[in-house]
Design a protein around this ligand. Sequence first.
Ligand code: C2E
Ligand code: MG
Ligand code: MG
Ligand code: MG
Length: 283
Amino acid sequence: HAASEEGVCWMVHDPATAKAKEWKLSLLGELDDALEAGHIWVAYQPQLDLRTAVISGAEALVRWTHPVRGPISPMDFVEIAERNGRIGKVTAFVLDRAGAVTRDVLRRNPAFRMSVNLSPSELSSSMIVDVVRSVLARYQIPPDALVLEITETAAIAEGQAALATLNELRMLGIGIAIDDYGTGMSTLEYLRKIPATELKIDRRFTNALLDGPADRAVMVSTIELAHILGLEVVAEGIETPEQLFALAQIRCDRGQGYHIARPMEDSDLKEMIAYPAKVKANG
Ligand code: C2E
Ligand code: MG
Ligand code: MG
Ligand code: MG
């Protein structure tokens, strides 16, 4: 980390970067009002069960539609909220919205699972456990309908406290997904310490899948090992029918990506679950 932090210090003297930093910090001051005004909202990207071809879940993705600046990427504001101790409020908001949607969707599909992203710092205390518990109670949803996503680096970097929090969450009965798997340095063997229930393989591997036998072998062996370790496998970033077919063939359990569906508003997700035939006709 030292090297990258050095880089940031140096870059502050670049006026363009300084301006970008100033802009991001100014967002922070607007966060509460944006939540209040409904400018911050949640999109849902459906997940397809590759074994049954049924939409079996969705990932909640936070969105900020700024009235002046337009859409702001979560990559931009999540990080700044995280670094300034404000991410908890965003997470609580996303969990609440996702909880309400899950309650509604479960009436149509009782096997539905909703995934919500956590930031690394949220694992350092057990506050998140209370937030999750209260959302489950508020919407009367079974714990196994909820999955929390964490990146491999998050769980590793936050150490023992993170592991304790993850164990508490897992004990509630909710699922734990390792997000963007393959982008960090850790092996699946190393990740066995984490009480994970699923592995989300980063889209860069989905992207490379059809490049040649070596790339395919990487995916095949990751899926096999994950299965041996009792993890369900979700492929991210499926953009073509060929990728979807190949992943089903090598026994990837679930998939997510633009070819299946883009992130959408809650009303569209509910419609997709209620009228699955329509989805097939469109897709
Ligand atoms: P992620 O958790 O890995 O989410 C997947 C990202 O990939 C999403 O970007 C999604 O829109 C995008 N994506 C989905 N399918 C495809 C595809 O086929 N091709 C390509 N190229 N991209 C695809 P998004 O919504 O911009 O989110 C970016 C990241 O921001 C997320 O990555 C996640 O790390 C973070 N994030 C989003 N919402 C939240 C949140 O509520 N809380 C926290 N802590 N982080 C969030
Ligand atoms: Mg995610
Ligand atoms: Mg991901
Ligand atoms: Mg990703």
